[in-house]
Design a protein around this ligand. Structure first.
Ligand SMILES: [Fe+2]
Length: 539
């Protein structure tokens, strides 16, 4: 049996905008990934397990790591011999990994969506997929079938006593947080209309308004697009008569142009959206030739925009949104955003002339799409743009943006310490490619010092492939609430599911978030395809 073969690389600097360094390369050259190992991660999840106790295969599970890591991602990629055209079209499957007193147990369940149940019964695909999956039967079977299959496969978060499996184009599915049993579609106590879009990227405000909130949005796209921004309580507050999961505030704002918004960022006073310069031509979708997402394309000569929406209760509450021209490129995900309130140092050796908003995002040179005739397992990584971390400093007086590249290394799935969400953060953790430049599968996890560019990397190469790393801060010590020192920003762990190509199964890897040392590897009794997003719930 082969473990994840994690290796720690030497720390060196990812100087902003600099040429890539070679200092962090291990002495032995590491071969580029093996395509068969990588492709072996695309498969169906074959079983559903309940409360299976697990041991570390290597190292020790930290005794003070308490809570549940929930992960979501496509768990069914083939049905009746028909493969999805893109893994993002696969049915959502939730994994729960519960940590307690140095132990761990695992439960996993498919989300029983209406589409999943119908296709299980039929034994074949009955719906088209947004990313290009077609029903069997050719064009005739697909033309003018514009039904959406809510596949609930993108993210999973806890809100009140419900676990929500999210898919941005439609309603959340509620699950039991312990058993993962699907309760059904949730309209959040009447907040949502049936079928209303509800983002798969909520942001958790750690207490900018005094109490933690879940801030999220839904977007209705068209020639003019409307963003509904919503803020929910995450805990009961009997003194204010507030229940966990209750909607606390909302606002709606309309903007010119077709909006494609997958993610956003928050600060204490702002919700930050980056509207890519993108066009949507629905004709090939209607005619059954392409999935809806394949009808998105960069708009030649188009101008991307930041849409800055004031949060209710903040310093600009009630004001109209601001629109600022944004740099070229395509963004799915943001790392973080924060505010600079007055002229002075920006914290990175530069200066701002006045109030500014800073947002760090992963930019692609173009919208990455898989054409209708391409098998996703055979894609040429060199032909697809890589994601690169960039920082945009938005001058709120002049409405101009200064952009700097933070690293030349291909990355995705980046996060800061969740207690620093919306505030200046020194460290980011992200999935990266093994080589220093160019596009490749994600095989390593990087901690990047966003001030001086220093990085520490743990790598699963050559046979391991990482998914989204989740940074879990150490639970605040009693001394902190009693006036003692705040825990360091990088004090905690990084949890990551790794596809282990050597044993064709999934491993959970636990790293020390500060040093990026490998603390434990747990070989899971499951083979889980590359996932999307997840969250950690303490307790
Ligand atoms: Fe995402």
């Amino acid at each position: 049996m082969t473990l994840a073969s994690g290796r720690q690389q030497v720390s060196s600097a990812d100087a902003p905008g600099s040429a890539p360094t070679t200092a962090a390369q291990p002495a032995e050259p590491i071969p580029r990934f093996d395509r068969a190992d990588w492709a072996s991660g695309f498969r169906n999840v074959g079983q559903e397990l309940s409360n299976v106790p697990l041991q570390a295969s290597k190292g020790t599970i930290p005794a003070d790591l308490k809570g549940t890591l929930y992960r979501n991602g496509p768990g069914r990629l083939e049905r009746g011999g028909h493969w999805v055209h893109h893994p993002f079209d696969g049915d959502g499957m939730i994994t729960a990994l519960r940590f307690e007193a140095g132990g761990l147990n695992l439960t996993n369940r498919f989300v029983r969506t209406e589409g999943w149940q119908a296709e299980e019964k039929a034994g074949k695909p009955l719906y088209r997929g947004v990313f290009g999956t077609q029903k069997p039967g050719g064009l005739l079977a697909n033309a003018f079938d514009v039904r959406l299959k809510n596949i609930a496969n993108t993210h999973v978060v806890k809100l009140g006593d419900q676990l929500l499996a999210l898919w941005e184009a439609s309603s959340p599915h509620a699950l039991d947080p312990d058993t993962l049993e699907t309760k059904g579609i949730s309209l959040l106590d009447g907040v949502l209309k049936p079928g209303e879009a509800f983002s798969a990227h909520p942001r958790f405000d750690p207490g900018h308004r005094g109490e933690e909130r879940m801030v999220t949005f839904g977007v209705k796209s068209g020639p003019r697009s409307t963003i509904r921004l919503m803020e929910f309580a995450v805990a009961d507050d009997p003194a204010k008569g507030v229940k966990a999961g209750q909607l606390l505030s909302e606002r709606s704002d309309s903007f010119g142009g077709f909006a494609f918004l997958h993610d956003f960022a928050i600060t204490p006073n702002w919700a930050v959206f980056l509207q890519n310069a993108i066009a949507f031509n629905p004709l090939p979708f209607l005619l059954g030739q392409k999935g809806a997402a394949q009808c998105l394309a960069s708009k030649p000569g188009g101008q991307a925009q930041f849409w800055l929406v004031p949060r209710d209760g903040g310093a600009f509450s009630g004001q109209p949104p601001r629109i600022v021209p944004a740099p070229e490129g395509f963004v799915f995900h943001h790392l973080n955003a924060w505010e600079i309130s007055e002229a002075g140092p920006d914290g990175f050796g530069g200066q701002v002339e006045g109030p500014a908003l800073v947002v760090e995002s992963i930019f692609y040179a173009d919208f990455p799409s898989i054409g209708p005739d391409t098998d996703f397992r055979t894609i040429d990584f060199d032909l697809i743009p890589e994601g690169l971390l960039e920082r945009c400093t938005i001058d709120l007086t002049s409405n101009t943006v200064r952009t700097e590249r933070l690293s030349e290394r291909c990355c995705e799935f980046a996060m800061v310490n969740p207690r620093r969400e919306g505030l200046f953060s020194r460290y980011g953790w992200m999935a990266v490619a093994e080589r220093e430049t160019g596009n490749d599968p994600l095989q390593a996890i990087k901690k990047l010092d966003l001030v001086n560019g220093e990085r520490k990397v743990w790598s699963a190469a050559p046979r391991g492939f990482v998914s989204e790393p989740v940074m879990v801060p150490r639970a605040a010590a009693a001394t902190a609430s009693a006036g003692g020192p705040e825990p360091a920003e990088d004090d905690g762990w990084v949890l990551c599911m790794v596809w282990n190509g050597a044993r064709c199964a999934s491993d959970l890897v636990i790293l020390d978030a500060a040093s990026m040392e490998e603390l434990a590897v747990v070989e899971l009794p499951l083979a889980i395809p590359y996932g999307l997003h997840g969250s950690f719930v303490e307790g």
